[in-house]
Ligand binder design. Structure first.
Ligand code: SF4
Length: 223
């Protein structure tokens, strides 16, 4: 089955809209998408949404966040996990955007990745969701599901990104993250995936070897 057909089959069983998808559809500015992506690290979509909206209701530009009191930023983004670290990061990134980029968010990977606390996933999310530049943001869902489906055989998200770029046709890159993240939240979930009701059950090799290897490693570490 072609990847485009697999993507269609995955999409037909999904509900709702991921937060970044919603921001992209509403054509929110790249700064909001960057900050929201930073806030989304290890945080549920619903909590990211609350933190983003609270923050942007009060401070909506790099300049206002750079000049804001750190305690106030922490308070506004409290619903997202690790809010102290994230608040400091957001303030720092905002300051650099003001100082070096005239308050604009860069539209290329090299400059994005040079911002404090911006890793490969965040940089690629900004490219995809803010600028529609083909890229593959790899989070835990994309890493896990790509391995389960046998698209890649990798141990880390950075290796998955490289492998996926060599496997998935470029015209599908923009779609991949928004599809697979929701698929990972709703169907192919981390623990007990809903294989019986999954629309691609018949073509899925159900390769859990990457996850089993991680579990084994953790078990050995504590035994
Ligand atoms: S069949 Fe199971 S493991 Fe395979 S994609 Fe569907 S939910 Fe995931």
């Amino acid at each position: 089955m072609e990847f485009s057909e697999i993507f269609d089959k995955i999409e037909e069983q999904l509900e709702g809209e991921a937060h970044l998808d919603e921001l992209a559809r509403k054509k929110q500015d790249p700064f909001k998408i960057l900050i929201s992506t930073i806030l989304s690290a290890r945080t549920r979509d619903a909590n990211t949404r609350i933190a983003t909206e609270k923050l942007f209701a009060k401070f909506s530009t790099p300049k206002t966040i750079a000049e804001a009191n750190l305690d106030e930023i922490e308070l506004l983004i409290r619903s997202s996990g690790f809010y102290k670290v994230k608040a400091a990061r957001i303030k720092d990134v905002s300051r650099i955007l003001v100082e070096r980029y005239n308050s604009n968010v860069p539209d290329n990977y090299e400059e994005l990745i040079s911002l404090p606390g911006v890793g490969s996933k965040t940089a690629n999310c900004v490219l995809v969701y803010a600028y529609k530049v083909p890229a593959i943001p790899v989070d835990v869902h994309v890493h896990r599901i790509s391995n389960r489906l046998g698209w890649v055989k990798t141990k880390t998200p950075p290796k998955t990104e490289v492998a996926l770029k060599n496997t998935i046709p470029k015209e599908l890159w923009l779609k991949l993250n928004r599809l697979i993240v929701r698929f990972g939240q709703q169907i192919c979930i981390s623990i007990k995936p809903k294989c019986e009701s999954c629309s691609i059950n018949n073509i899925c090799p159900k390769d859990f070897s990457m996850e089993l290897a991680i579990k084994k490693k953790i078990k050995n570490k504590y035994n």
